[in-house]
Design a protein around this ligand. Structure first.
Ligand code: NAP
Ligand code: GCO
Length: 267
C-alpha cells in the first residue's frame, strides 16, 4: 500500500513461471522482472532451460532455470524445496506450461487425451499444491493459471485441451474459494490467439503462398483484426501478480482482442 493506493510493483517478490523458456511464459516472466521480481522458471528439457537462460541473460534479466516436468509430483516438490532454499519462498506462481494435440476426438487415443489433461490441468494442481503451504505461512500468495479461449469455447480437434482448460478455470475458482481466507489470490488469464510456436501450425503459409485458412478465420473473428503478441499478456499478468489486484480473486481475465464479445461476421 502506498498512500492508500495498491502498488503494481513486484519489488523483492519471487516468481515461478512454469514452462517459461520462450513464448508466453518468457514474456510474462520478463515483464515480472521489469516490475522488480526475482525470476525462476522451469522447462521439461535441459536444452530448453539453456535456451531460456540465454534469452533472459540477453534481455539483462538474472533468472534461475531448472529442469522439471510439471506432471511429476516428486520432481515438482523437489523443485519448490530447492527454490525456497536457493532463492526464497515463492510469492507468485504462474502455471503456464501447456501442450495441445489437435486430433479429431473419435481418432484420439485415451492415452493422448490423458497426456494433455496431465500437463494442462493435473500439473497446475500439483504445482499449486506444492507452493500453497508456504504461501499460507507467509500470509500471502498469487497464483495465475494460464487458461484459454477453450476455457469457454469448443472447436473441432481440441477436445482434450478444451476439457483441460475448462477444468483449469474451475480449479482457479476453487483455489480462490479454498485459500482466499489466507490472503491467496488465484486468478486466470485467458489469452486469445497469440503468436507463439504452439500456434505456428495454424499460421503456416499454404503451398501457393496464401495465408492459412485458420489464420484468416482468426483475424476475421477477432475484433482487433489480428493475432496477439506474448508481450500483450504482460500488463494483465503484472496486475494479477501485484498488490493492485488484492481484492480480485477467482477471476478469469480474457486478453483476446475481443473474440469472446463477438459473434463473428456473416459469411
Ligand atoms: P509453447 O510455446 O508451447 O510453450 C509452452 C512451454 O511449456 C514450452 O516450453 C513447453 O516445452 C513447456 N512444457 C510442456 N510440457 C511441459 C511439462 N510437462 N513440464 C514442463 N514444461 C513443459 O506455448 P505458449 O503458446 O507459449 O503457451 C503457454 C501457455 O499459454 C500454455 O498453457 C498454452 O496452452 C496457453 N495458451 C496459449 C495460447 C496461444 O495462442 N499461444 C492461447 C491461450 C493459451 P516443449 O517445447 O518441450 O513442449
Ligand atoms: C487451437 C489453438 C488454441 C490456442 C489458445 C486459444 O488450436 O485452437 O491452439 O487452443 O492455443 O488456447 O486461446
Amino acid at each position: 500500500m502506498n498512500n492508500g493506493i495498491n502498488s503494481f510493483s513486484l519489488e523483492g517478490k519471487v516468481a515461478l513461471v512454469t514452462g517459461a523458456s520462450y513464448g508466453i511464459g518468457f514474456a510474462i516472466a520478463s515483464g515480472f522482472a521489469a516490475a522488480g521480481a526475482k525470476i525462476v522458471f522451469n522447462d521439461i528439457k535441459q536444452e530448453l532451460v539453456d535456451k531460456g537462460l540465454a534469452a533472459y541473460a540477453e534481455a539483462g534479466i538474472e533468472a534461475k532455470g531448472y529442469v522439471c516436468d510439471v506432471t511429476d509430483e516428486d520432481a515438482v516438490n523437489n523443485l519448490v524445496k530447492t527454490i525456497e532454499e536457493e532463492v526464497g519462498v515463492i510469492d507468485i506462481l504462474v502455471n503456464n506450461a501447456g501442450i495441445i494435440k489437435r486430433i479429431p476426438m473419435h481418432e484420439m487415443t485415451a492415452a493422448e487425451f490423458r497426456q494433455v489433461v496431465d500437463v494442462d490441468l493435473n500439473a497446475p494442481f500439483i504445482v499449486s499444491k506444492a507452493v500453497i503451504p508456504s504461501m499460507i505461512k507467509k500470509g500471502h500468495g498469487k497464483i495465475i493459471n494460464i487458461c484459454s479461449m477453450m476455457s469457454e469455447l469448443g472447436r473441432e480437434t481440441v477436445s482434450a485441451y478444451a476439457a483441460a482448460k475448462g477444468g483449469l478455470k474451475m480449479l482457479t475458482r476453487n483455489i480462490c474459494s479454498e485459500y482466499g481466507g489466507h490472503n491467496i489470490q488465484c486468478n486466470g488469464i485467458g489469452p486469445g490467439y497469440i503468436e507463439t510456436p504452439q500456434t505456428a501450425p495454424l499460421r503456416e503459409r499454404q503451398p501457393d503462398g496464401s495465408r492459412h485458412p485458420f489464420d484468416q478465420f482468426i483475424v476475421a473473428k477477432t475484433p482487433a483484426g489480428r493475432w496477439g503478441k506474448p508481450e500483450e499478456l504482460v500488463g494483465p499478468a503484472v496486475f494479477l501478480a501485484s498488490d493492485a489486484s488484492n481484492f480480485v480473486n477467482g477471476h478469469i481475465l480474457y486478453v483476446d482482442g475481443g473474440i469472446l464479445a463477438y459473434i463473428g461476421k456473416q459469411p
